[in-house]
Design a protein around this ligand. Structure first.
Ligand code: OSB
Ligand code: MG
Length: 365
């Protein structure tokens, strides 16, 4: 397909409630929307680099630069016959995986639309609905947290993840577990601890957690293996996994027993599928993480999570858990049974609401 035009939009969307983690508090989410036009079709992708370099070194500004000056020039005006051909045209660019993933997502949407099939089908997904959970930021009190958890459970969410940080950890786990003895519960530290905090994690073994997400260094694999050795609860790595190679290292070292796959963090859906397939062959369950995406990025995550080894519920919640109004139609909604439907229409399977997209665009190119 001849890549005729590529447009970037820096968007900023206000969250329905502030999101606090060990990295800080977010009030709104900044991402980049990538639009690729070719032969009468339009592909959409979302680059999940944020306004700040706290979760990842990439930011909206670095991703904009890499997209504009390196990735886009390598394919613009060319005839590209597959996503993998596009990827090889910019393989010289090291790192900057979120920038790459945003462009790749738009190309996946474009090629799926050109074949008239859904992204899920394109990926080889089988599920028609996916199990989903919700990620809850650090709350100012145990009571506030219990109220939030309860409200999400009433809506139907199948799994609760709570963010933890030093001083805001075991008391929250104890309280939630006491109030809700049977729910699927997990914690995410976003790298806020060190190996010397091992006793805290040993205590967590008593609360039947599904997993402990990214307790130690954001780039560490080795020390997590030392921690995992001492724990019964599976560790799940998020920040430390950027590729299939990282995944293999982590699994061979027994640094974790579950992998969180975020397409942005690993450079796109192609790498995500490689990680998924490898984990399936090693009997390691995976789940789809989230970056507070708009409906455009969410659509891709839903399609990815329709692959068979996405065994655990993902951080893929309904549009209204994040934003008052989403930029896609229809918005993503939660079914009563705690699932989200996998779109069946071609590509991302939802329409971009141009009026809403214009409203949240702060810069366009
Ligand atoms: O660590 O999983 C994380 C959001 C931004 C950055 C990092 C993380 C998160 C979340 C939110 O936990 C997940 C979601 O999109 O629902
Ligand atoms: Mg995480």
């Amino acid at each position: 397909m001849k890549i005729e035009k590529i447009e970037l939009r820096h968007i900023k969307m206000e969250l329905v409630s502030p999101f606090t983690t060990s990295m800080g508090t977010e009030y709104d989410e900044e991402h980049i929307i990538v639009r690729v036009d070719s032969e009468g079709l339009t592909g959409w992708g979302e680059c999940v680099a944020e306004g700040t370099p706290f979760y990842s070194y990439e930011t909206v500004t670095t991703a904009w630069h890499i997209l504009l000056d390196f990735l886009i020039p390598s394919i613009l005006g060319k005839n590209i016959s597959s996503v993998s051909e596009a990827i090889s045209s910019y393989e010289k660019v090291r790192g900057h995986r979120m920038a790459k993933a945003g462009l790749e997502a738009a190309l996946w949407d474009l090629f799926a639309k050109s074949k008239g099939i859904s992204l899920s089908k394109m990926f080889g997904g089988k599920k028609e609905k996916i199990d989903v959970g919700v990620s809850i930021g650090i709350q100012s009190s145990v009571q506030d947290l219990i109220r939030k958890v309860e409200a999400y459970l009433v809506e139907g969410y199948k799994r609760i993840k709570i963010k933890i940080a030093p001083g805001n950890d075991i008391q929250f786990v104890k309280a939630v577990r006491k109030e809700f003895p049977d729910i699927l519960l997990q914690v995410d530290a976003n790298s806020a601890y060190e190996l010397k905090d091992i006793n805290l994690f040993k205590q967590m073994d008593d609360y039947n957690l599904l997993l402990i997400e990214q307790p130690l260094g954001y780039d560490d694999i080795f020390e997590h293996s030392k921690l995992q050795r001492e724990l019964e609860t599976p560790i799940c790595l998020d920040e430390s996994i950027h590729s299939l190679a990282d995944t293999r290292a982590a699994i061979e070292l027994d640094s974790c027993r579950v992998i969180n796959i975020k397409p942005g963090r690993v450079g796109g859906f192609s790498e995500s599928k490689l990680i998924h397939d490898y984990c399936a062959s090693e009997n390691i369950p995976v789940w789809c993480g989230g970056m507070l995406e708009s409906g455009i990025g969410r659509a891709g995550n839903v399609a990815l999570a329709s692959l068979p080894n996405f065994i655990l519920p993902g951080d893929i919640s309904a549009s209204k858990r994040y934003y008052k109004e989403d930029i896609v139609e229809p918005e993503f909604v939660l079914n009563k049974d705690g699932t989200i439907d996998v779109p069946v229409k071609p590509g991302i399977g939802v329409e971009v609401n141009m009026k809403m997209l214009d409203r949240v665009t702060v810069k366009k190119m």
